[in-house]
Design a protein. Structure first.
Length: 582
């Protein structure tokens, strides 16, 4: 899937409306080819991922807290901590709308201005940190230059942007020969989408196929089948949001699995599912395990139905979290109302008819004046009573909202786990089990009551994966929430070793050792299994928690498989299936 210039323009607008003006609280490397920032803005913590993975370069906000995945502290990470952590994100710029380059300008109170440049350009993706003079401090992928190299990307060297494209702009730029240049696009014999990709700036193959569909009704139509006017209109339909801001992001699904994303409705393949933000669409695509589902899914209909229920549940929880944020009182607001009410009771006799503001000299020396707006329809006593009631309501909200938010965040984490469970489900009972968890968790209404049927009693270890390490230890791996619950609290000894990929939904893994020393090879094999059977699958370095099972506790009031862990150690492994575990 293509993260193109149009997608970047949409992300830039999203970042300007969310994290611009915020302060960076943390800088880290989620993996060896990505950078992550925690930004506090508008009373909310945001997590920004900048990935330079070849072929998977991207930039978006993450719904989950980013975790450190790189095994060592790189020069770039140290520079990010020095110049970016603690800095304010002043502005966000896409210098050329048709290029995949975004500049994030930071101002640090001690170290001044730096610019973080994101270049999500396919196999040439990169992330670079520049000083105030435009020199490279460091970057994820260094390019030493050479006879055939287009750019020299090394610390201390001036930053040079990608070379300009000699292509036709996607929107009419007012030049006299614009439509003559566009005519060249439809003059060839090959597919229209290939001509658009080759000759129009900022157009990716995915976008070009959609433009061909809009122009001709066929994504693979030959170039000569389109008119100049229809191509111009198709490009305008796709690119106009870059000037109006009216984006329509979403994911493209086939057989219930996300196979693409875009910032405009896609018609030429799959089913287009709208998303609230481009970040959510991109995250959903990259979070889906690419190798989990077979090409032909015999259970596509059942899987798609449960996937739709999961989407609706996610959206409902997101709306509830947003509503809580709107209702959350401003710190100190209740105390200010109580203070105003007490002054109204004390000085109400001094209020004259028609007075609109009561100014209170708090300290008696004019150093602090408290203005209290008066409601002409109420007496001072009545208004004071209203203030007291409002203050009490805000105090109750200040106590209730954090508790409610914690429950909703736990729900959000559990839904993410169920998404992983659905991706790993290999048969109809396992798919149905995910639907049953949605019902049990209160996310979906119970189906209409049917005639009672005799239920088969499943063994606690049904469906759990079992592996043997080279030294003879049995390793258990859960593939859904119920199996995770069974592994952790029914099938293991308190002194067995327990593992889980950190910060992402995935399998509970246990080494059945009963307190016997576990060798390093077995521990790393189990860690790799925990990473592989999680949303970290495919990462070159995934963080995995390991602890004795006795240090794993259920979260009070939580969903199945939701636990808290203490006394854990951290392992970093490649999130791939270990040898001998196939």
């Amino acid at each position: 899937m293509h993260f193109d210039a149009l997608t970047l323009a949409c992300i830039a607008q999203e970042l300007r409306s969310s994290i611009a003006g915020g302060r960076v609280q943390q800088a880290l490397l989620p993996d060896a080819q990505s950078a992550g920032l925690e930004v506090y803005a508008q009373r909310t913590r945001y997590y920004l991922l900048l990935s330079a993975q070849p072929g998977a370069g991207r930039l978006h906000l993450s719904s989950m807290k980013l975790r450190r995945g790189a095994e060592r502290e790189t020069p770039l990470l140290l520079l990010l901590r020095k110049y970016v952590r603690g800095a304010v994100l002043e502005r966000i710029e896409q210098p050329d709308m048709t290029e995949r380059v975004l500049h994030l300008h930071f101002d640090h109170p001690e170290h001044g201005v730096t610019v973080l440049v994101a270049e999500p350009m396919g196999r040439l993706s990169n992330v670079l940190l520049l000083d105030v003079n435009g020199k490279i401090l460091d970057c994820i992928h260094r390019a030493p230059g050479g006879e055939n190299a287009q750019r020299l990307l090394l610390p201390g060297k001036p930053y040079l942007p990608p070379p300009p494209q000699d292509k036709t702009p996607p929107l009419d730029d007012g030049s006299a020969n614009y439509y003559e240049r566009l005519a060249a696009v439809v003059a060839g014999e090959g597919p229209l989408w290939k001509a658009l990709t080759a000759q129009v700036a900022g157009v990716s193959p995915t976008q070009a196929r959609e433009a061909a569909w809009l122009a001709t009704g066929d994504a693979n139509a030959p170039a000569h089948a389109a008119s100049i006017v229809s191509v111009a209109q198709a490009l305008q339909t796709l690119w106009l949001p870059a000037t109006t801001g009216e984006w329509q992001p979403g994911v493209i699904e086939e057989a219930g699995a996300a196979v693409g994303f875009s910032v405009y409705p896609v018609h030429f393949r799959g089913e287009f599912i709208p998303c609230p933000t481009a970040s959510e669409a991109i995250e959903r695509y990259f979070a889906a395990p690419r190798a989990t589902l077979p090409q032909a899914d015999a259970y596509a209909a059942a899987r798609g139905q449960v996937a739709a229920q999961l989407r609706q549940a996610h959206q409902r929880v997101a709306r509830q979290l947003a509503a809580l944020a709107e209702d959350e009182p401003t710190p100190g607001e209740a105390a200010r109302l109580r203070t105003a009410a007490e002054w109204l009771l004390a000085l109400g006799h001094t209020v004259a008819a028609g007075q609109v503001v009561l100014e209170v000299d708090v300290n008696g020396d004019g150093s602090e004046v408290l203005p209290i707006s008066l409601d002409g329809a109420l007496t001072p006593v009545q208004q004071a009573e209203r203030f007291f009631k409002r203050a009490a309501k805000l105090e109750r909200a200040a106590e209730f909202i954090p508790q409610r938010r914690a429950r909703l965040l736990a729900d959000q984490d559990f839904l993410a786990q169920l998404e992983m469970d659905l991706a790993l489900a290999e048969n109809r009972p396992e798919i149905a089990a995910v639907g049953a968890e949605l019902v049990a968790g209160g996310f979906v209404r119970k189906p209409a009551r049917r005639a009672p049927q005799k239920q088969k009693t499943q063994r606690a270890d049904a469906g759990i994966l079992r592996f043997d390490s080279p030294s003879g230890f049995e390793i258990l791996v859960g593939r859904n929430a119920r199996q995770n619950e069974a592994i952790t609290f029914k099938l293991t000894h308190p002194q067995d070793r327990w593992l889980h990929a950190r910060g992402v939904p995935g399998a509970h893994v246990a080494i059945r050792s009963a307190g016997r020393p576990v060798d390093e090879a077995t521990l790393r094999m189990a860690a790799q299994l925990a990473a592989y059977y999680s949303k970290a699958r495919g990462e070159r370095s995934a963080a995995v928690m390991a602890a004795e099972r006795r240090f794993v506790q259920r979260i009070p009031g939580g969903h199945p498989g939701q636990v808290s862990v203490r006394n854990e150690e951290m392992l970093f492994v490649a999130a791939e299936l270990p040898e001998g575990a196939a």
